[in-house]
Design a protein around this ligand. Structure first.
Ligand code: TLP
Length: 350
């Protein structure tokens, strides 16, 4: 007996939900591989070199996830008891299970950030101790685009004063560029220029770029050799990882320019949401592919349940729901999702 067709679902929980393209699957099947812990996987080596070239850095390191990229970077810059400065809404502070503190013994200090997630250089200055017995401040991290900041994309000019304040006090600068390609496309600026203010950067292949697995850390050759040791320590020394890196190379070659479509869909969604009672969004604040809507009734989880019942998946926490358009989601899907939100809003008594 044939199965009944599954009901259609529009999945806007995250751009991590993207599935690999046909070209990626072919490249994975045909990838030339070797043992990457011996440095002998030609496909991983190619991906690392290409990532470094695109970011304008000396070397790259393939890691399993954005979390691992931030982790190996932080532990390569900081010793136990050192301090890492980040914004209070930084993904690596809020969403990475405290890994940097737990395994690295690094104290993470949160600085205020604005609605776009951007910190103020004066707060970096104010965090600097007057000398004496204080933790060594080793690293400043900047997230670009900023997840909780509605996907805000920072320009070099916005990041430079932060980086300069950090460097003036001996800190290194790391960019959590999980979505640096979205920033690059939105601003029309090559990523190498955006990350020129940083000593290291992690970017993800597995989000809007649609690869199934992987991120790349880039920086100086010396930094990457330290990061390679930390990766091995964390169990991240993969062997024939070329099957994964092959999809990453396709992601970089074929999936960057189309991110503009996700940005247009996010804007379309935000404009529609702004007209629905009970949902607060400023469409002008949507710079890339992430849309947070604040809810008058403060019920993020309940709203997400009502949306799920209507075939739309979102992330609902606290007083917000988050939607992230991505590869495979069309403008028509966005219009359908908006119909579902309207119906959920009515069901919620708005
Ligand atoms: N973000 C995920 C969730 O963890 C929230 C998402 O769905 O947005 N930096 C930033 C800015 C991120 O948004 C994420 C993932 C990461 C790092 C971690 O990447 P992964 O999930 O590959 O470890």
């Amino acid at each position: 007996m044939a199965n009944a067709a599954a009901p259609r679902v529009i999945d806007l929980r995250s751009d991590t939900l993207t599935k690999p393209t046909e070209a990626m699957r072919r490249a994975m099947a045909e990838a030339e591989v070797g043992d990457d812990v011996y440095g002998e996987d030609p496909t991983v080596n190619r991906l690392e070199a290409e990532a470094a070239r695109l970011m304008g850095k000396e070397a790259g390191l393939f890691v399993t996830s954005g979390t691992m990229g931030n982790f190996v970077s932080a532990l390569s810059w900081c010793n136990r008891g050192d301090e890492l400065l980040c914004g209070v809404d930084a993904h690596l502070l809020v969403n990475e299970m405290g890994s940097i503190a737990a395994f690295g013994g690094v104290q993470m200090r949160a600085l205020p950030n604005d609605k776009r997630g951007l910190m103020n250089p004066d707060d970096v200055e104010m965090a600097v101790p007057p000398g004496g017995y204080f933790p060594r401040m080793a690293l400043l991290t900047i997230e670009n685009t900023h997840n909780r900041g509605n996907g805000a994309a920072y320009t070099v000019e916005q990041m430079r004063p932060l980086a300069e304040a950090a460097r003036a006090h001996g800190m290194a600068v790391h960019i959590d560029g999980a979505r640096i390609w979205n920033a690059s496309v939105a601003l029309g600026v090559p990523p190498s220029e955006l990350v020129s203010v940083a000593d290291s950067v992690t970017f993800c292949l597995s989000k809007g770029l649609s690869a199934p697995v992987g991120s790349v850390v880039t920086g100086s050759a010396e930094f990457i050799s330290r990061a390679r040791r930390v990766r091995k320590m964390a169990g991240g020394g993969l062997r024939q990882a070329g099957v994964l890196a092959a999809a990453g190379l396709v992601a970089l070659n074929a999936m960057v320019d189309r991110l503009a479509e996700d940005h247009a869909n996010a804007k379309r969604l935000a404009e529609g949401l702004a007209a629905i009672p009970g949902f607060s969004v400023d469409p002008a604040a949507i710079e890339t592919n992430i849309v947070y809507a604040e809810l008058d009734d403060g019920d993020g989880p309940g709203t997400a349940v009502r949306l799920r019942e209507r075939g739309v998946l979102s992330n609902g926490r606290f007083n917000w729901v988050r939607f992230v358009p991505h590869y495979g989601v069309t403008a028509e899907d966005i219009d359908e999702a908006l119909d579902a939100v309207e119906s959920a809003a009515r069901a919620g008594g708005r």
